[in-house]
Design a protein around this ligand. Structure first.
Ligand SMILES: Cc1cc2nc3c(=O)[nH]c(=O)nc-3n(C[C@H](O)[C@H](O)[C@H](O)COP(=O)(O)OP(=O)(O)OC[C@H]3O[C@@H](n4cnc5c(N)ncnc54)[C@H](O)[C@@H]3O)c2cc1C
Length: 376
């Protein structure tokens, strides 16, 4: 009976754990292999945003309806501030939470720990320090990003600052991306999220820290460096041989700004369902994620052309709209014009697979550091 053969899952990221939860709930034996000694090692105690704008339904309700726990600490974020390159502040206001700030890593309150505990409670086995090289039976692959299309680099720190979020759209701090500062419960992260210029990351991080000190009085107690990469691409197929590939390993990410947690979880659930039902995984993710991803690629291609004056125009345009969540919902969804422009955008935005400015020799840029972490 194939139902009694355990499904092996490579990687205990949100995508792999969501798959394990779905399979275990259906009574299927599951073994999750995690290369690192704990869940969430890639993120340490990072703060991240679970976006709440791609669906009208609240993100937490979406997770609950997928059967995924929401038993993690979170901060609903309604109000924040964005700055343009000239230091002008713009209010970011939303009636419903724009996103939920969550903690990543292996701490007691993190998203990763909540998923891990749910998977265990449902009967999944999780093996740490277990790097998958080969699989024999049914399997799902969730081994994270395989290239750097963007990097986010900066610090984790303790602080006495109030909870909140701040962003700066300025190519001299974060080329073609954005600099951000998140604070929750006395912990913070400040990052430059850049889509090019990776080799000058140290310079951009320094400028980002200085800008936030100047604009909002950033206070960092015991700063610890942290960074990571993002890999975005719309795969032709999210299968490797007979096996489903989920999360960032498949390229499921928000190409515009890098909000990948939701698509990771969704793809994990869909991969598990396809195994349980014998349905076509590629069809499932294309139906649920395909159009959103195609729109994000177009948005990325346009955003990459804007430059500082364009970001300022965008922020002013945002101020004329009362609700940021509503506006982002529209940006992230397809329209007739966006569908027409999509082929052009796909040609303009190609997943990098590597950073052209990096020769990967004797290099300590974030991509090379991350590659070493992945392969040791
Ligand atoms: C700095 C930074 C900030 C971010 N901020 C946000 C944000 O604010 N909002 C948001 O939505 N997204 C954010 N993201 C993206 C988001 O974190 C990822 O998209 C998401 O974690 C992807 O989940 P995953 O399960 O696909 O992969 P991962 O979380 O990378 O999990 C993959 C796991 O597989 C393990 N592994 C690798 N190889 C093997 C192997 N051979 N065998 C066994 N295990 C293996 C790894 O150790 C890892 O634990 C951010 C990313 C970065 C880098």
């Amino acid at each position: 009976m194939t139902e009694n053969i355990p499904v092996e899952i490579a990687g205990a990221g949100p995508a792999g754990l969501a798959a394990a939860i779905t399979l275990a709930r259906a009574g299927r034996p599951v073994i999750v292999h995690e290369a690192q000694p704990e869940v969430g090692c890639r993120f340490k105690c990072d703060l991240q945003g679970l976006e709440n704008w791609t669906t009208r339904q609240d993100a937490l309700v979406v997770l609950q309806e997928l059967g995924i726990t929401t038993d993690f600490k979170r901060l609903p974020c309604h109000h924040g501030t964005a700055f343009d390159a000239w230091g002008q502040a713009y209010g970011i206001d939303s009636h419903e939470p724009l996103f939920y700030m969550v903690e990543r890593g292996h701490g007691p309150d993190t998203l990763d720990t909540a998923l891990f505990h749910q998977a265990l409670a449902l009967g999944a086995e999780v093996r740490f320090n277990s790097r998958v090289q080969h699989v024999q039976g049914p399997a799902i692959f969730d081994t994270g990003p395989k290239a750097a299309d963007a990097i986010a680099v900066g610090y984790h720190f303790d602080t006495r600052m109030p909870d909140g979020f701040w962003a700066i759209c300025d190519d001299t701090l974060a080329p073609q991306g954005y600099a951000y500062l998140l604070v929750m419960g006395g912990k913070g992260t400040v990052k430059s999220c850049m889509f090019t210029g990776f080799k000058q990351e140290a310079h951009y991080v320094q400028r980002t820290v200085e800008a936030f000190k100047h604009l909002v009085g950033l206070e960092m107690i015991d700063p610890r460096p942290h960074g990571g990469v993002g890999n975005f691409r719309i795969p032709l197929t999210a299968r490797s041989g007979a096996h489903a590939v989920v999360g960032e390993q498949a390229g499921f990410q928000d190409t515009l700004w890098g909000f990948g947690m939701r698509s990771a979880v969704i793809s994990g659930v869909l991969a598990a369902r396809s195994l349980l039902e014998g349905s076509d995984y590629d069809r499932l993710w294309q139906r649920m994620l395909g159009e959103l991803m195609a729109t994000a690629v177009l948005n990325r291609a346009l955003y990459g052309l804007l430059g500082n004056r364009g970001y300022r125009w965008l922020l002013r345009h945002r101020e004329n709209h009362s609700d940021a969540r509503e506006l982002l919902h529209r940006y992230y969804h397809p329209s007739y014009v966006k569908r027409l422009l999509a082929p052009l955008a796909r040609r303009r935005f190609q997943s990098q697979r590597k950073d052209e400015s990096c020769n990967h020799v004797d290099c300590s840029c974030v991509w090379c550091r991350h590659g070493r972490e992945l392969h040791t």
